[in-house]
Each structure stands twice: as C-alpha cells, then as structure tokens.
Design a protein around this ligand. Structure first.
Ligand code: UT7
Length: 321
C-alpha cells in the first residue's frame, strides 16, 4: 500500500515584525491592548511592495526541499493554496515551478479555499500520491493578505499578515497521512469574503476583505471541533493518542475554545498567531514548520492539522509524522 508522508517542511515570513503599536503609529485607531486581548495577536509581517505570493512561496519551498533532502526536479506535483495569487492566471503553482527550475512536465495548480486552503491542498496531494499517479508533491500555502485589507476597517486590518509555508509530501511504505476530511457550506459566503473582481479593465465590486467577526468566530469553533473528531474516528484513534493539534491561526480565543472542544490541553496545541497574525492558507504550514524546527514536533508523533475559512470551508488531516 502506498502512503503519503511528510519528508520536509519550510516557511518564510517577509520583512521585520510589525507590532500592534506600529499599527497605531501608522494611524490605525486601535491599541495593543484591544488587539492582544481579543485575538492574542502581537505582531505580523507584511510583504514589501512588489513582493508577491510566489516570492514568499519560493523561499518556503526551497527550505522544505532542503529539509526533505530531495532534488527539486523529483517533484512531480505542485499545489499552492492561496487566495492572493500573483495573477488571475497563470497559477502561482506554475510560476513557482518555473522559479524552482523544475523542468519535468509535472502537474502544477492552485487551490482556493481561503484559510482552509492548506488542508484542502494537502488532502488533494495525498490522494494523488496514494493513487500512484504522482510520487512527490510540494504543497504550499502562500498569502499576501496585506493587499486585500481595508486600512480604514480596524475590525479586520489588524488581524492579518503575510507569509508562506511548504511541505514535501512523498510516497512511502510507512504510514503518513492517516485520514483527511474536507467540507464546505457555500450558503455562509457573505460572512467572510472579498466581494469584487477585475472586469473589462476595472475593479468590479469591492476589492477588500469583509467579515462578520462574531459569526465567523462561532462557526469556526464548532466546525474545528467536529472535523478533528471526524478524522480521529476515521482512523480509529482517540484524542489521547494525539501529540499536537496545529489549528488555523486566526485568533487565540478560537484556538483555546477548539482545544477545549476536542479535549486537548493547551500544552499540546501549536499557536503562532501571536507572532504571525492570521496568514490564511499559510498559517498551518507556518506553524508546523516553526514547531518542527524548534524541536517540539518530532518523528513518530501524531498530529492533527485543521483549517477553517471563507466559503465557508473547513478541513483536517490526521498525520503520523
Ligand atoms: O480565518 C478566519 C478569520 N476570522 C477571524 O478570526 C475572526 C473571528 N472573530 C474575531 O476574532 C472577533 O470577532 C474580532 C476580534 C474580529 C472582533 O472582536 P469582537 O469582540 O467580536 O468585537 P466587535 O466586532 O463586536 O467590536 C467591539 C468593539 C466595537 O466598538 P463599540 O461599537 O463597542 O464601541 C468596535 O468598533 O470594538 C471596536 N473595535 C476595535 N477597537 C479597537 C473593532 N476593531 C477594533 C480595533 N481596535 N482594531
């Protein structure tokens, strides 16, 4: 039986940290106290002018490829999860393939599931590998959400940051991804959206992120609890057998409520939202890479990765690392 196993991880945060006080200094009517109390966020990173999702993805991917100890040209599948691609087309994944100098005619495409994007991309890659059609995938979450923030909307602009995370997922005879679950309920699309597009050379609609924060909060806690239980049931494991929960990093209070709902102590939850802000599809692979590089996550452990975001979408993966 073919399994899909994580061979290496990498991540990248652009520029210097931008603190809550830095936002106040930039003229946003907020405070460190308000942001930190409601969200746990203390800082985030923003890409420089002209620095795009593919630039961030390239650095994170090179680090993941190095950690995996593989040749980039042995990667035959690239999936980039992003809601802030460089272009309408081609995909950020195709641009990334070119940047990495990969010339093997492998597949490359983007997945758009907002903050659940990495859970979606990982699940798709795992299915390709288990089917035998592909052997080694680069799965990336890369976002420049700073480009879609309305700096006059203090209820949203303080929450998000830019960044990228990547994993190399490869065929193995050892267990890796044990179970995945993906869901969507499009009827909730108005509570978190960028309701605009480019048409006939003009922006049509509203090109900024809009959110009903309280509706999102309630929805996120419910589905993150449910989907963690779903992947555990699918693999016949109990929560006591999980070493680490790596949830989407949107808000420390959502993370705490989710941990409580799934029955895990906070010591077993990776939380990087304080230093990264919400980096949407990049948040899970960023948190995963941080915890692998600082030595908390080690080989042999069992992980639950889970995301939730616009659409509404949500998903999880149970992983033997
Ligand atoms: O990937 C999923 C992404 N989404 C999320 O993670 C969002 C989940 N939701 C949340 O985290 C919370 O709903 C927020 C942190 C966004 C907002 O917290 P809240 O407790 O729901 O606040 P609120 O929107 O009800 O606003 C409360 C007050 C309002 O003032 P008044 O009307 O009570 O005078 C806002 O104007 O806080 C005010 N406010 C702010 N004050 C200082 C809103 N944003 C800010 C701000 N700084 N940045």
């Amino acid at each position: 039986m073919i399994h899909a196993r994580i061979a290496g991880t990498g991540s990248y945060l652009p520029g210097a940290p931008v603190t809550n006080d830095d936002l106040v200094a930039r003229g946003i009517e907020t405070s460190d106290e308000w942001i930190a109390t409601r969200t746990g966020i203390r800082a985030r990173h923003f890409a420089a002018d002209g620095e795009n999702a593919s630039d961030l993805a390239e650095v994170a991917s090179r680090r993941a490829i190095e950690a995996a100890g593989v040749d980039a040209n042995d990667i035959d599948l690239i999936i980039v999860a992003t809601s802030t691609p460089d272009y309408i087309f081609p995909s950020t994944a195709a641009l990334l393939q070119s940047r990495l100098g990969i010339r093997n005619d492998g597949a490359a495409f983007d997945v758009q599931a907002v903050c659940s994007g990495f859970a979606y991309a990982l699940s798709v890659a795992e299915k390709f590998i288990r089917s035998g059609s592909h052997r080694r995938a680069l799965v990336v979450g890369a976002e420049v959400f700073s480009r879609i923030l309305d700096w006059n909307d203090r209820g949203t602009c303080v929450l998000f940051g830019d960044g990228a995370g990547a994993i190399v997922l490869e065929a193995s005879d050892q267990p890796g991804v044990l179970a995945t679950a993906l869901h969507a309920d499009g009827s909730h699309h108005p509570i978190l959206c960028v309701p605009g597009t480019v048409s006939s050379g003009k922006v049509l609609g509203d090109p900024f992120l809009r959110m009903d924060g309280q509706a999102v909060f309630k929805f996120a806690v419910r589905v993150l609890g449910d989907v963690a239980a779903e992947v555990l049931n699918a693999a016949n494991l109990s929560i006591d057998q999980v070493d680490w929960l790596i949830p989407h990093q949107a808000n420390i209070r959502i993370i705490q409520s989710t941990a409580k709902r799934v029955g895990l102590p906070l010591e077993k939850v990776i939380a990087t939202v304080g230093a990264h802000g919400n980096t949407s599809a990049a948040s899970i692979p960023l948190a995963l890479d941080v915890a692998i590089r600082d030595g908390r996550i080690v080989r042999g452990q069992t992980l639950v990765l889970e995301g939730v975001g616009g659409g509404f979408t949500w998903g999880a993966a149970l992983i033997a690392y």
